[in-house]
Design a protein around this ligand. Structure first.
Ligand SMILES: NC(=O)c1ccc[n+]([C@@H]2O[C@H](COP(=O)([O-])OP(=O)(O)OC[C@H]3O[C@@H](n4cnc5c(N)ncnc54)[C@H](O)[C@@H]3O)[C@@H](O)[C@H]2O)c1
Ligand SMILES: O=P(O)(O)OC[C@@H](O)[C@@H](O)[C@H](O)[C@H](O)CO
Length: 545
């Protein structure tokens, strides 16, 4: 028998259980009906992480009878995600957890009570307005990638798709930041009930940045007379609209063909992977690892369910900030980025291959243990050392996890300020640490710059083969800046060409040319760019292998 997500799973529970799938302990139709009148949670960004963290937390709360409503998901950037992978499956999904011992856990997730793909202000938008004007709505979570929060370019000008929204007011807003500000305006007009807006994207002080962008949007509209100053005060008042900090962690690769095949073999019919026109890879299933953490600053002015009973850590601001800095700037994401850029140079297909390479593993170990850990604050709820060891010894090497350097090196330019810049800044500012001690971080930066050599988004790997770089909004600009330098060509101008890039504080958080790192990076870059087959010798030499 072929199993489908839209099945009456209670009626054929035996078949689902025979396939080893854990089932919801509630009635999804009842939950959807109740949620329509009593929404408490909206999530923006219907990507893969949502299915493996937020939707599972919502399911756990429902299973335990702690709530009667489900989570509502909204998508502003890529409404096709909703049309392709939510609507046809009654918003249900299959969570596939690929454990490092090779075993697999599957769970049918039916906690998404409604889904909204926003394209314009039509009936879909009206549906979201109804949710946002409901006084019972307690909080919003967001996973829209780092670039989803940008409203201005590096020169401080409004982005081309944001400008018309600023000019035309809340009724025209469909970008993530514009739409969220407009929905908060609807809530304000409907009685200004409180709400928590929780960014669960991977960057330091995510809540603070989220607040500043929403407040800026509100101010821009206030200047043009679309909204009142009272609205600006509402979004800027943490007692009314809070923007808690958070740390989220679960390595969740794009849905993999291998997993789709495996599900088909197990008799699961809904295993199609969609590659949307906007480049999101989604499916009615998601694949992830066993380990996960969600830590949120406990600041929910309209209340919250017992999230801690579904595995969420709630803490004070410092605990959350320290947890996030530990993960995003030291123990996980910098290691990921260093392995991904060097892994792309080696054309490794999977992340487990990168860390199986002793040279790349040594780079990861030095980066995490020797360079990151000494400047990280212990959050108290995890041991940074144990966290780092688990990343390097268990999580990245997990051979079952179909994660790739291609995914992780997406948007590297948006990530390096956080993944490397924060640690660099700490070394620069600390009287107890010497920035000259850094080797792995400048090596990873030099490797990334070497990877970018090429044009039109193409590059050459360390074996001499042409590769297509992962999408990144700054690739055209960076490749153009690097154009005078070619792999194996004349590198005498490397210093002059790299200097403006290394001085760019939007990339590194600090002006690297004011530190000894610039010279180090230029030196490593020249060795790496001298030809093909350089990555291992250069890394081995610098890492003392
Ligand atoms: N996947 C993971 O392992 C993981 C783990 C921890 C945190 N995160 C965080 O979650 C984010 C999303 O990860 P994912 O696995 O869901 O990715 P995904 O590729 O599956 O989905 C990306 C989501 O972001 C939205 N998006 C992309 N660009 C946008 C833009 N410019 N404006 C607004 N929305 C935009 C997409 O529409 C989609 O909803 C990551 O960028 C990261 O910050 C991911
Ligand atoms: O999700 P991104 O694009 O910010 O970064 C890619 C990965 O490093 C990231 O998704 C990790 O898998 C994640 O941070 C693990 O919790």
């Amino acid at each position: 028998m072929v199993l489908h997500l839209t099945d009456d799973f209670k009626a054929n529970a035996a078949d689902w259980e025979a396939a080893g799938v854990k089932l919801p302990q509630y009635d999804p139709a009842e939950v959807a009906a109740y949620t329509a009148e009593h929404p408490y949670w909206v999530h923006f960004g219907a990507g893969n992480l949502f299915r493996e963290v937020q939707a599972l937390i919502a399911q756990s709360l429902l299973n335990q009878g702690l709530v009667k409503s489900g989570v509502i998901v909204a998508e502003t950037f890529d409404a096709d995600i909703i049309e392709d992978s939510f609507k046809p499956y009654d918003n249900r999904g299959l969570s596939v957890i690929l454990k490092s011992d090779g075993s697999i856990d599957t769970e049918l997730v039916a906690s998404v009570a409604a889904s909204y793909g926003v394209k314009k202000h039509d009936e879909v938008w009206d549906g979201l307005v109804k949710v946002f004007t409901n006084p019972e709505l307690q909080f919003v979570t967001v996973t829209i990638t780092e670039k989803g929060y940008a409203i201005k370019n590096n020169d401080g000008e409004l982005l081309p798709w944001i400008k018309p929204e600023v000019e035309n007011g809340p009724d025209s807003a469909v970008s993530a930041m514009g739409a969220i500000t407009a929905l908060l305006f609807e809530r304000f007009k409907a009685g200004a009930k409180p709400i928590a807006m929780v960014s669960t994207d991977n960057f330091s002080q995510n809540g603070d940045r989220f607040r500043s962008v929403i407040v800026e949007f509100a101010e821009l509209w206030a200047k043009k007379g679309f909204v009142s100053e009272d609205f600006v005060r509402y979004v800027d008042d943490p007692e009314q609209v809070s923007f808690p900090l958070s740390m989220i962690d679960r390595i969740t690769p794009n849905p993999a063909e291998s997993v789709s095949k495996l599900l088909a073999e197990k008799g699961f019919g809904d295993n199609k992977i969609f590659h949307t026109a906007k480049g999101t890879n989604v499916a009615p299933f998601a694949n992830s690892e066993e380990t996960w953490y969600l830590v949120i600053e406990d600041s929910f002015p309209n209340g919250r369910p017992a999230l801690e009973k579904a595995g969420v850590f709630l803490g004070d601001r410092d605990t959350v900030n320290d947890s996030d800095e530990m993960k995003v700037t030291t123990c996980l994401n910098p290691v990921h980025t260093a392995l991904a850029v060097t892994g792309r140079l080696m054309s490794y297909d999977s992340m487990s291959e990168t860390i199986a390479d002793p040279t790349l593993k040594a780079l990861a170990e030095r980066l995490s243990y020797k360079e990151g850990l000494p400047v990280v604050t212990d959050p108290g709820i995890f041991s940074p050392k144990e966290f780092a060891e688990k990343v390097i010894d268990v999580r990245v090497p997990n051979p079952s996890l179909p994660d790739s350097p291609v995914r992780i090196s997406t948007d590297t330019s948006q990530k390096v300020p956080i993944r490397f810049g924060v640690t660099i800044k700490k070394y620069v500012e600390s009287p107890d640490h010497d920035v000259n001690e850094l080797v792995a971080i400048p090596l990873a930066i030099a490797a990334w710059l070497r990877l970018l050599l090429g044009k039109d988004g193409k590059a050459t790997d360390d074996n001499g083969n042409e590769i297509t770089l992962s999408p990144d909004p700054r690739i055209p600009e960076l490749q153009a800046a690097l154009a005078p330098l070619t792999l194996g060509g004349d590198l005498s101008k490397a210093d002059e060409v790299l200097k403006p890039i290394l001085a760019d504080t939007t990339l590194w958080n600090v002006d690297l040319t004011q530190t000894p790192l610039a010279e180090k990076i230029v030196g490593y870059f020249k060795e790496l760019a001298a030809g093909t087959g350089t990555l291992h010798p250069v890394l081995n030499k610098e890492l003392g292998l």
